[in-house]
Design a protein around this ligand. Sequence first.
Ligand SMILES: [Zn+2]
Length: 417
Amino acid sequence: MRYDELSIQTHREAPANARSAGQSWLVRAGYVSHSGQLLPLGERALARIRAYLKTPADFQQSGLLTLTGAHETYYPTLVGSHDLLHCPECGTAARAETAQAKKAASAAETSAPPEKVLTPDCPTIESLATFLGISTTKTAKALMFVSIGSPKSPDFGQTVDSRETFDSEFIFVVIRGDMAMSEAKLEALVGKFRLATEDEIRAVGAVPGYASPIGVRNATIIVDELIPQSANLVAGANQAGYHLLNTNYGRDYSAEIVADLTQANPGEPCIACAAPLQATRGWVLVSQAGFDCEKILFALAEAHNDEKGFTFPAPVAPFDIYLMQVPGKTLDTLPVAEELYQKLQAAGFSVLFDDRNDRAGVKFNDADLLGCPIRITVGERGLQNGMVEVKGRRASETQQVVIEEIVEAIRYKLTSG
Ligand SMILES: [Zn+2]
């Protein structure tokens, strides 16, 4: 393809609104407009990425260090759009809202009989624990919602009967008092939901601020997996001003669903190998919807740049070769460049031919900016000896190659990296 056919527009200045080196180079090299729209060169790069990347294993070949989750592949970058939790030991990763961590069960103890206690001015779990002189791990937190849709397909390792649907159902959630609920995990189980009103809470037999699932009716009870393993928790007494000591799952109430419902946090043990989880940001490159080639281009841009522009590896660069011609003083270099252009394309290489009537410096700059793995320069001095100059984008040295041997030389360079 000729340079002008793609209407490439490069920029000398870095865009003011770029959030990273990769994003800045994408604009400067003309892949993306200042407003973030893909330009013809960017479309070209996407087509190459789409043709090359067939499995997540190809990411490694293209120099992308990705994180792999159960159903998704991520590229960690601080400018990414999602919060992630990943394990630096075993490499598992997930979106923060659905990530799982190994939970420490409370020490086993025998069930004690329930006991109602007066707990004035204890509107929060923390104030309740302080008032009773106990740890928040010994409390049960009640959260009440009303479902407003059917569940998404189960996605987070929890088993749900797919025939079961939830609509306008009262959802009574119990988690341990020291933990936070993951709305995404609950949504995966029951679909969309909203907070229950005080009237709705009273209608199922619970009391706002002092609620527990004990004795409630017409409610779907869902408890975190840790609740059945936690004996003698303090829970609401469903009576204003009172809590119950020593409530026990199984004896005092049971649930329709027991599942992982809590938010995992950085520093908590990895579910697979127990190493502490780390927080990062990232892009989702592959989801159940397939490959997101635009995000993959953005990830490649972060991974492959230097102080002059992009340094893309061959299979994901928009072209294999940047072919440029430098006008001569005594020799017309253009016909030779033209011939070389045809020959290289016939040999199966993808070539961007910079045949613009422009200074050599402009072309060298653009070649570095765009980041094609090989640059070939057709100039007067080389031609006098039947040679052209070849340079790998990441190499520091140039090389003179006899024109007749150019196809073999390029093929060798591209396959040897
Ligand atoms: Zn791990």
